[in-house]
Ligand binder design. Structure first.
Ligand code: IMP
Ligand code: MG
Length: 188
């Protein structure tokens, strides 16, 4: 329904769920016999996170961090602020920490996350991002698992926003399509 109303998706719902399942299978294999502390990056990764953790076959402890870097703009300010720290921030030693992110764009946010979490002494630190936009990278950061590589367009939906809107679209679309008709959605 929604899909028809908002026009063509860049990545449709079925493609997203198939890929999320594959990522979960790969992560489950890689972490066999271990417990994951999965740190979801709010708010953008929330939808991806909840779909992903439900498909992971090893024990997972759920935790979140909230950071902000965009402040309503479509490119990073280059400055990341922590809005809310993980509950387990003081209890990461010996844990296998997995950062769950929506998109790696300039790399500024991921670099910040890796820096502050590594300082807490986890047994391992990896990250999974639903989307990767390598054409926009300003800082080279290691990314362990990537769902999809996207072109240089601002994307919305499935957790990703523009000025806090569109997060609840059940698929990924490009903002350009959404904004050309008064913000009602791509081709809506
Ligand atoms: P970076 O610090 O530039 O890598 O950007 C990381 C954060 O910016 C992501 O976690 C997203 O929340 C947001 N972001 C980057 N690109 C997009 C986009 O195309 N759509 C929506 N949010 C984005
Ligand atoms: Mg984010």
């Amino acid at each position: 329904m929604t899909e028809r109303k908002f026009g063509k998706a860049l990545i449709d719902t079925k493609t997203l769920s198939d890929r999320v399942k594959q990522l979960a299978q790969q992560i489950s294999r890689d972490y066999e016999g271990r417990e994951i502390l999965a740190i979801g990056v709010l708010k953008g990764a929330s939808i991806f996170y909840s779909d992903l953790v439900r498909q992971i076959q090893v024990p997972v402890v759920l935790d979140f961090i909230q950071v902000k870097s965009y402040a309503g703009r479509t490119s990073s300010s280059g400055e990341v602020r922590m809005i809310a720290e993980p509950e387990f921030i003081g209890d990461m030693e010996g844990r296998h920490v997995l950062i769950v992110e929506d998109i790696v764009d300039s790399g500024v946010t991921m670099r910040y996350l890796q820096k502050i979490l590594l300082a807490k002494g986890p047994a391992s630190l990896r990250c999974v991002t639903l989307l990767d936009k390598p054409s926009r990278r300003r800082i080279q950061v290691p990314v362990d698992y990537v769902g999809f590589t996207v072109p240089n367009v601002f994307v919305i939906g499935y957790g990703l926003d523009h000025a806090e809107r569109y997060r609840n679209l059940p698929y990924i679309a490009s903002l350009e399509n959404a904004e050309t008709n008064g913000g009602r959605g791509p081709a809506g």
